[in-house]
Structures are given as C-alpha cells and as structure tokens.
Design a protein. Sequence first.
Length: 428
Amino acid sequence: MKIINGLLLIAMVSFFGTANIGAAYSQSSPVFVVYSFWGTRQSPILAYPGASDLPLTLQITYLGPLTLYDVNITYSPTFPLSSIPGQGNITVFIPQLKPGQELNIAGFFNVSEQAKNMDYYQTITISYKILVQVPQLGEEFLSGSENVSFKVPIIGSYEIKLVGFKTIPTVIYAGMYAGGITVYLTNNGNIIAKDINVTAIFEKPLEPLNPSSNSVFLSYLPPGNIVNFTFPFVINYQNQTPTAMNATVVLNIKTPLNNFNITLPVQVKPSAYFQLSGSSYSKMTPGGSDEYVNINITNIGDYNAKFVTVTLLYNPIFSPYSPSSENPIIGASSINETFYNIAKGQTFTVSYVVNVASGIKPSTYYLSLLISWRQPPTMQSMYQIIDVPINVTSYTLFDGLQGDILYITAGIVLLILIIMAVYGIRRK
C-alpha cells in the first residue's frame, strides 16, 4: 500500500502531470523480508498450543532499493498469539534504514490453547519516508507504508502415553488384602510436558491405601523420558472367604491441554485359603505345662497349596513346651509342622505341646498360628495367620490331684486295710 502525503506535492502532480511522479515512486518501492523464530538463534524453542510467556523474535531484512527514513515498525499479534499482560503492541522506530540492513524486534507472547500445530500468518506494518526526485522541484520526501506478512510456526506438542503397567506383586492371589499397581508413562512429543496430574481411580472392591496415595503431580516430563508411579491399594472382599475376581483401575491423566482416562485390568487369581475347622485339648489352667493341643485346619480356597508350614507363634499366654535339656534345634522344630501338598477342601491336623502362663485370669485366649505356603502355579510365597480360641479355666484341688489319682487310690485302700487289721487284732 503506497500513500503520498502533502498538499504541495498534490499541487505539483496536478501541474506537471502524474506520469513522472508515478515513475519516480515506483522506482523507490521498498522490499522487506520477515523471518520469525521462537527463542534465540543459540537456544531455539518450539511453541505449542497453550504455551505462555514465550519469546518471539522477528528478523526484518530490508532489500532496498532506496534508503528509508523515519521508519516505524509495528507488530500487533493476532490469533493464536497474544501479548503478555503489560506489553501491548511491539513498536520500533529507526531514523534511517539502508538496503541490506537487518534488524530484530522481539517480545513475549502467549499461545492460545485452541491453536493447532501449523504455521500461522502474522502481519507487521512498516511506515517510512523516501527521498525522490520531483520534476522542477528536486528532491522531496514521500511517505508510505507496507503490510508485510510472515509465518509463525506453532509446531511443538507433547503427548503423554502409557507404555506399560504391572501389579505388585506380579500375581495377586485371593487372600491378599493389599497390593499396588505401577504405571509407566512417557512423553511422545517434541517439547517438555508440564503440570501433569496422574490419578488412579480404584473401582470396588479395590480402594486406595489412603486418601492421598492415589494421585501424583509431575511438574515436567522431557520428550522421550519414561517415568513410573506406584499406587498402593487394599482389597475389600465382599465375602468372608476371599475369592478370585476381576477388578478395574481407571488411570486419569490431566494436562493443561488434555484430560483422558485409561482403563487397566487387575485380576485376583484363585488360591488356597485356610480356616480353623476344630480343636481339642485337655483342661487348661493357669500355670499348666506340657499341655497337648490338636488343631484341625481346612483349605477352603479354590486352589491347592504346596510346601505348607504351620508355625506356633509365641505370645504371653501360650508358649511352646521345651525341656531345658532339649537341643535348641529340636526345640525349634517342635513349633513347626510341614506338609508337602494340601489340596482344595482337604483338612489336616497339627499338634503342639504348650505351657500356660501363670497368674492369668480364667478366660478365652488365642493361640496364634502362622501358615506359610507356596501358591501354584507361580509358587509365590503366601502367608496367613489363624487364631485358635483356648478356654483357660480356674484351678481346683482335684486338678492338682488328678495326675496322681492312682497313687491316692492305692494309699486310701492301704489305709483301710491297716485300720481293719488293727480293729481285728483288738477284737481278739
């Protein structure tokens, strides 16, 4: 767009004709080339939708043909760019601009979240004066302006992707009451991803271990990097007996530009599970020793168990009976009973000899057993604790004598015989 100002020049054009002045002006038409880049030459950056406070540099080259004077360059950003608050339009004044001269103008801009990855056209306005030869008058200044278009690349993007996940432990069996899920995320884009929220939404019967353990915040993730997060959870079985089930974890990934969900399956597989099915023992009294306890245990789970070991756990009430002269290794073996295989539905019996603590009140106390086994087919280690109720009653005189009942009976019979013999002698 060419603009000629001045009443004097208008009058001159009217007097001398338009041919010569038009030729003179056409010879002075300025040519500009504008190139834009984000950041600096030494440290270029990629702009992306939703970016803020990004430095944009415009490199303007004047190709000529004439020297320009009083040059004003104005850049008013349009969609998808906007100036940061307080900056406004970018304006530069140059007193003189010669052919071949380059100049840079820069500013900070925000990129709209609605932008797409593409080149956007922007425009700068350049106003100037040129010195031309006017017939009969000599050199005069003419004012003009140019609207020069240039491209601004918005080609940066980030893409958060799930590259894998696993459960902890690798296989979750029925009877486990806690576990975890580890997710692996990467950035498939070409710029750093920022302000990433990752939340694991557990569907029943799974629940987060605590209210804050199912969400993490990642401030940034460079392109190509892989990060992992582990979310612990508890399993609330609907039935008293844990059973196999399929559960779901929804992984929510939220960024300033995206919000999406990924569904992850969690499988609880069948396993052995043990239950107390009965017990028998002689009368237990405070301070009693060498007391036999027989305990019946049933595998009520949906799978067999291998290498089952039942261990009597120490507690303040019941302790394993072990003579002081006994080898410690033999004493330790007296609290463990091992079975090669316990099938589904099978009942087995373990027996222990225990001492009862003295000074306790008659009541029901619990004998604790630790059951450990290998769970086929992965042979993963499994553990379970069973509490066996034991009724401890009060001590009576008869309880103290019942161990020697034969000796007492024999003594009474002998005493009667002696009395009868003495009585018979006196009668004679």
